[in-house]
Design a protein around this ligand. Structure first.
Ligand code: MN
Ligand code: MN
Length: 321
């Protein structure tokens, strides 16, 4: 069914051509798609290291390493099940949060209005808020599945600034665009600003599985908790690369020691049951701080492929090949 297949790297070398995500076709406005990759190259929300504006193209560049078949989900070929193309980047206004958020919301809105599931590549984590606004306009308040070393539910920064990479999931509750009672945050660890940094998420209604709790539960046990929390609700899936240990993902805004390895991270993502994903993003890849071999960008691209696989698994019955 799909006319939207990646270039086959057995036919054409990976280093040839325009680096779209996984060498997918570039989307046109008239394309009928199930999902679209969209770059969200904003780092105006970064309280610490800037540079995530270069994230989307760094992730696209390393995504040429990926192959279409996912052996961890029964040899699922995502592109035989879903029509996916690369929609390019949302426009941003560097240094201007409000204008940037408006543009990201409009770009995501133009996809969801056409029933195209947006899969964003960040960008700092502030991009999730305008994306959630657009997705919730279509689907109502969504269940948030959030992987991160940090809760990103702080009230404000630097004298009460409301919009940054540290605040989107408090704003989203205030704006009634996520349903915290169906939402879960996984991976929080490290030192705190104040003792209530974790409980502030619980006070908002989120379930929180800290990094330590995740290791106690195991990856399969953690995945089971996610499924139990979200059930059949529409899900917005968001993955911050700083969830992963800095030894495996150094290229992030706010590294946090003591996280899961690349392998543990992928084991967890591959253990997730199919869910009704209606929007997703993979954020905080900062190539200016990446290690040799662009390991953070490679992992981010791999996470995006796992997210696409999760989406395809969830669409198995309704739009299979
Ligand atoms: Mn974050
Ligand atoms: Mn984080």
């Amino acid at each position: 069914m799909s006319g939207f297949l990646p270039v086959d790297s057995l036919d054409s070398p990976r280093f040839c051509g325009l680096p779209t995500f996984m060498r997918l076709p570039q989307a046109s406005v008239e394309d009928v798609l199930d999902a679209a990759i969209i770059g969200l190259p904003c780092d105006s929300g970064a309280p610490y290291r800037t540079g995530a504006r270069f994230g989307p193209n760094a992730v696209r560049s390393m995504s040429v390493m990926l192959r279409p078949v996912n052996p961890y989900r029964g040899n699922l070929n995502v592109f035989e099940r879903l029509r996916i193309a690369d929609a390019g980047d949302a426009s941003v206004v560097p240094g201007y949060m409000q204008a940037t958020m408006d543009r990201i919301e409009a770009a995501i809105d133009s996809l969801v209005r056409r029933d195209i599931l947006p899969v964003g590549i960040g960008g700092d984590h502030s991009v999730s808020l305008p994306a959630l606004r657009a997705v919730a306009r279509q689907h109502g308040p969504v269940a948030l599945v959030h992987f991160d070393a940090h809760s990103d539910t702080w009230p404000g920064y630097f004298g009460g600034e409301l919009y940054s990479a540290g605040t989107p999931f408090r704003r989203a509750v205030e704006e009634d665009i996520v349903e915290p009672e169906a939402s879960i945050q996984i991976g929080m660890r490290g030192s705190l600003f104040r003792p209530d940094d974790v409980s502030q998420s619980i006070d908002l209604g989120y379930e929180v599985i800290t990094g330590d709790a995740m290791f106690d539960l195991g990856m399969a046990g953690t995945a089971a908790r996610v499924a139990k929390r979200v059930r059949a609700r529409p899900v917005y899936f968001t993955f911050d690369l700083d969830f992963v240990d800095p030894s495996c993902a150094p290229g992030v805004q706010t590294p946090e020691a003591g996280g899961p390895s690349t392998r543990e991270t992928l084991t967890l993502l591959r253990a997730l049951s199919a869910m009704n994903v209606v929007g997703a993003d993979v954020v905080e890849t900062n190539p200016l701080f990446d290690g040799p071999g662009q390991i953070t960008a490679l992992l981010a691209a791999t996470v995006v492929h796992e997210v696409l696989s999760l989406i395809a698994a969830g669409r198995g019955a309704s739009s299979g090949p």
